[in-house]
Design a protein around this ligand. Structure first.
Ligand SMILES: [Zn+2]
Length: 378
């Protein structure tokens, strides 16, 4: 249930807060100084001392322990629309045009299938019914395959009733309640970040004093290859590493999902997974820790050194990793030319003793060699 509050009541609260602040500042001045001093006009502290009343007459604060109070707050955040969405407590955090926004995550259960978009494109391609270009745009979403609906809503829609949980009203009740309310907001919601700029600002550049109360995080790092390259990731200033270091030091974190991507949205992908994995490795205490990487191709010849980090029992390294690796499926659709979505297939072949890879366009049969391949299996 969202708490509503009328405009008049908000004004009254602000008025009372202002009056209370003034009287408490005056009291503080009188307490700290002698009577003669405090009555001089010039003895006004440059920075007002803000006192927070312990609310001795409040049964809510004096009788109920903090755990019960936070349980009560968590019920307040429940809304009428929660059961309509796959992640009922999911909130996208966005820093845009100098302001922070939070909007509800509207991902559907089917979006957990990382191949859902391309399966839909398969149907459109075979049946001829549907807009392949529209789904191509979704396939190339920088928000990842799970949050493309949320991106479209934020890009083309506006905040609606489903976003309005009135956190502000609870924060205005009193200064004693304010920190508990903010802590509860951080503890009760899944914070979702879909761009590196926002995540870096939230965790590194201007971290909130309450960030340590975060429990559930979902981060998609859509970054340039330059920032994820083995050389750059270990430089003193690297935004990806700074975000990872900030996140892994959060003491209350229970669940973390990080999707790693690079700006190269074409069919050729490479990623310095092992270097990134070293930085992820320190997140040992998490109950649930998932890292989503770009796809592997057949033969697992797609990594720098052929070493798969997947949770394959045959791979001894996977057992030492504190996270589960999941991968997006390889692309089979792309817009190589404006206005034309091509369907293609991956083919592995050998030239001499070396394995190679290429894609073959379905309509024209044109073969395009993969410039990044290939590490030998041998
Ligand atoms: Zn979402």
């Amino acid at each position: 249930m969202a708490i509503g509050i009328t405009h008049k009541f908000k004004s009254l609260l602000r008025l009372r807060l202002r009056k209370g602040k003034r009287s408490k500042q005056l009291t503080a001045t009188c307490q700290d100084l002698s009577h003669d001093d405090c009555c001089r006009d010039e003895v006004v502290p440059e920075e007002p001392v803000v006192f927070i009343s312990e609310q001795p007459n409040s049964l809510f604060f004096q009788k109920l322990p903090i755990e019960v109070r936070k349980t009560i707050y968590s019920y307040i955040w429940l809304g009428a629309y929660d059961n309509m969405y796959h992640v009922p407590n999911g909130r996208h955090i966005i820093f845009k045009e100098g302001r922070w926004y939070n909007m509800r995550c509207v991902m559907s259960e089917v979006d957990e299938d990382r191949d859902f978009i391309q399966k839909t494109m398969d149907y459109i391609y075979e049946s001829g019914q549907g807009d392949l270009l529209m789904w191509q745009r979704r396939l190339s979403s920088t928000w990842g395959s799970r949050h493309w609906r949320c991106e479209e809503r934020i890009e083309y829609g506006s905040m609606g009733a489903i976003d309005r949980t009135d956190f502000g009203s609870m924060m205005l009740v009193c200064k004693r309640m304010y920190p508990e309310v903010v802590e509860s907001v951080f503890e009760s919601h899944k914070f979702i970040f879909n761009d590196l700029f926002t995540a870096h600002r939230f965790f590194v550049h201007q971290p909130s004093p309450y960030v340590s109360h975060l429990r559930d995080l979902d981060i998609t790092l859509h970054t340039s290859f330059r920032e994820c390259s083995p050389l750059a990731i270990n430089l003193p200033k690297n935004r990806v590493r700074e975000v990872i270091n900030a996140v892994k030091s959060l003491p209350s974190l229970h669940s973390l999902r990080i999707s790693v991507d690079i700006c190269d949205r074409g069919p050729w992908r490479k990623l310095p997974e092992r270097d990134l994995a070293i930085h992820f490795k320190a997140c040992q205490a998490l109950k649930k820790f998932v890292v989503e990487f770009p796809p592997l191709l057949a033969g697992k010849t797609y990594l720098f050194d052929g070493q798969d980090l997947d949770t394959d029992a045959a791979n001894p390294e996977s057992t030492s990793m504190p996270f589960t690796v999941i991968r997006r499926p390889p692309l089979r659709y792309w817009q190589f030319h404006p206005g034309e979505v091509e369907h293609f297939k991956w083919e592995m072949f050998k030239r001499g003793s070396q394995p190679h890879c290429r894609i073959t366009l379905a309509k024209s049969g044109t073969a395009i060699s993969n410039p990044y391949l290939v590490k030998s299996d041998g």
